[in-house]
Write a protein that binds this ligand. Structure first.
Ligand code: NAD
Length: 368
């Protein structure tokens, strides 16, 4: 395939990681980068993520066969408008990386309709709380969903060309309508961020009156609130560009809380039991037990006494077995089975390891 010129606007976490992964898959392509700030631009150049870089967005756009906007959502909308006034290559593909899609796809349809260009919305569903080119990671999108949201400018072959460009990401490509994307992500991503921050806000004020709150916060609380550490600017943009569906999720949730409150007031133990049981069944049936829905990960929990070398002893028993992760849950243990959590890649390793530990120690062993 002919060498292409790819222009990535925004060399932050997402843009710079895309650049690295595109280079891995398509080493012969030329990658041009735009970044407003000097620091990420210099890092991207020094580390060879891009071949050339500019702080003038319009400068490289006419050279590109594919343009990917990896800037905040508001800026993506501004750049789409700006692209309409530039002399672009005929049939150039324009895409983006924004976390919400309906407004971006609508803006592309509005501003670019009269131009000989193609557009498809994109959302690489991976990230972290880090930002800037310094945080770039070639494996960031490995096994993650990469969502395409077509527009009226997604002419035939556009998504196939994008998949080819992005083959080095090792991501899982999915196509979905933009407003459906925003509905689904409002439920599993946007609304949970609101909940996590609300929980932190509530716990913060409660700690003022009840100082032990922060000491008793254990694994469950930590798991539910991890995402409250996310970058506030990005989440403000996400909420403001997906207002209606998020408001609906909030209203729906209020009803659910009210329902639980009523059961509590009326001491309806059966209803409360059913509520927890249903939540448990739904969670078990969802893909969240898998990493990005592909590789299943298998956890073992071992009740280890607080003794010298106890953990080392277990690891010694498992020598030769591939371990994905080890975690020591040292806090309040009311909601987890045991203190040492070891994660394996497959059920075979998990079962083999459980057997070895049971046969060679007196520790209680629980499987996920
Ligand atoms: P980042 O903060 O690491 O990078 C943002 C980039 O945009 C930087 O290069 C910055 O210089 C540039 N920028 C910011 N404001 C600008 C402005 N007004 N004009 C020009 N450039 C500007 O952020 P990121 O995580 O790489 O996010 C980029 C896009 O990717 C966002 O649209 C975000 O919604 C989306 N996204 C983020 C994640 C994530 O978890 N971080 C995941 C998927 C998609």
């Amino acid at each position: 395939m002919a060498k292409k010129v790819v222009y990535i606007a925004g060399l932050g976490l997402i843009g710079a990681s895309l650049a690295l992964a595109i280079k891995r898959g398509q080493p012969e392509y030329e990658i041009l980068g735009y970044n407003r700030g000097e620091q990420s631009r210099n890092i991207a150049l020094e580390k060879g993520m891009v071949d050339r870089a500019t702080d003038d967005f319009a400068a490289f756009a006419p050279l590109a066969d594919i343009i990917i906007l990896a800037v905040p959502i508001e800026q993506t909308l501004t750049f789409l408008k700006e692209l309409a006034g530039l002399d672009l290559k005929e049939n150039v593909i324009i895409s983006d990386a924004g976390s919400t899609k309906a407004e971006i796809v609508a803006a592309a349809d509005k501003y670019l309709a009269d131009k000989a260009v193609r557009f498809v919305g994109g959302h690489p569903m991976a990230g972290s709380h880090k930002s800037g080119a310094i945080a770039a990671d070639v494996n960031l999108f490995e096994n993650a969903y990469y969502i395409f949201t077509p527009s009226s400018l997604t002419k035939s072959g556009t998504i196939e060309e994008m998949k080819d460009l992005l083959s080095g990401l090792h991501a899982r490509f999915v196509e979905i309508e933009a407003s459906e994307h925003d509905r689904v992500t409002s439920q599993v991503s946007h609304f949970p961020h609101i909940l996590a921050s609300s929980l932190m806000e509530q716990a913060g004020s409660y700690t003022d009156e009840h100082p032990m709150t922060q000491h008793f916060a254990a694994g469950g609380f930590r798991d539910m609130t991890r995402i409250a550490e996310s970058e506030p600017g990005m989440w403000t943009s996400i909420l403001l560009t997906n207002r209606q569906t998020i408001l609906e999720r909030i209203e729906d949730f209020k009803d659910r809380l009210d329902k639980v409150a009523t059961w509590l007031e009326q001491e309806k133990s059966d209803a409360i039991w059913e509520f927890f049981d249903h939540g448990r069944q739904v969670r078990k049936s969802m893909e969240i037990h898998k990493r990005a829905g592909v590789d299943s990960f298998y956890d073992i929990f071992i009740n280890v006494p607080d003794e010298e070398d106890a953990i080392l002893g277990i690891l010694e028993l498992l020598r030769g077995t591939s371990i994905v992760n080890i975690r020591i849950n040292e806090e309040n243990r009311e909601d987890i089975n045991g203190i040492l959590q070891i994660t394996f890649k497959n059920r075979e390793d998990l079962e083999k390891s459980a057997k070895i530990i049971r046969e060679n120690t007196k520790y209680q062993v629980f499987l996920d």
